[in-house]
Design a protein around this ligand. Structure first.
Ligand SMILES: N[C@@H](CCC(=O)N[C@@H](CS)C(=O)NCC(=O)O)C(=O)O
Length: 202
């Protein structure tokens, strides 16, 4: 068993998809939640000056999506073939774009936030969710007939954006995505993580 340490701030942000993949895979790791006050001292010691970081037996990986692909492969959640893996990646990037659009709102000048938020809530998010709904199967999986990191990315990013006080449409409007979310939440490792994880929002 390699020694694994995962470091991020004490929030969900760009860190939670990976924590949930680790939980689904039953991968043991040290969950380090860095206080902002410690970050400036640590930043120059990291590969690209950003979190999250994954350390595996002393090798440090950064970039949340690169970490996601690695741990998804280790957990058997990356897709069975090279083509399935590409499809998993595609959905992960699409689901992540929902989070990125929401996060961008918070760095806008105050006067522009409301218009941008309305556009995301009323146009961009419903359109993206509609596309993603068509890409998921009626059994609630994006790729093949079992859980992959794609399903996890959809669920976690949707939840995280909701916690940013963005009013996303209910998944009840997207029956395939609703099943994806149910499959994710009922995975035993994930169900346990959702129950036990430290209280965090975005
Ligand atoms: N593309 C990077 C972005 C990472 C990123 O923006 N991390 C933020 C936290 S969400 C960070 O480290 N902020 C502190 C800083 O840049 O000094 C990834 O996906 O990992």
């Amino acid at each position: 068993m390699p020694s694994i340490k995962y470091t991020y701030f004490d929030g969900r942000g760009l860190g939670e998809v990976n924590r949930v993949i680790l939980a689904a895979g039953g991968i043991k790791y040290e969950d380090v939640r860095l206080h902002e006050s410690k970050w400036s001292g640590m930043k120059p010691t990291t590969p690209m000056g950003e979190l999250p970081l994954l350390e595996v037996d002393g090798t440090t990986i950064c970039q949340s999506n690169s970490i996601a692909r690695y741990i998804a492969r280790e957990a058997g959640l990356a897709g069975k073939s090279s083509l399935e893996q590409a499809k998993v990646d595609m959905i992960m990037e699409g689901a992540r774009s929902l989070f990125d659009k929401a996060a961008q709102i918070f760095i806008l000048p105050e006067a522009e936030k409301a218009v941008r938020k309305k556009k995301l809530e009323e146009k961009e998010a419903p359109e993206l969710l509609e596309y993603l709904n068509k890409l998921a199967s009626g059994k609630g999986y994006f790729v093949g007939d079992q859980l992959t990191a794609a399903d996890i990315a959809l669920y976690v990013n949707y939840e995280s954006v909701g916690s940013l006080t963005i009013a996303l449409p209910s998944l009840d409007k997207y029956p395939n995505l609703k099943k994806v979310a149910d499959n994710v939440k009922t995975n035993p490792g994930i169900a346990n993580w959702l129950k036990e994880r430290p209280v965090t929002t975005y």
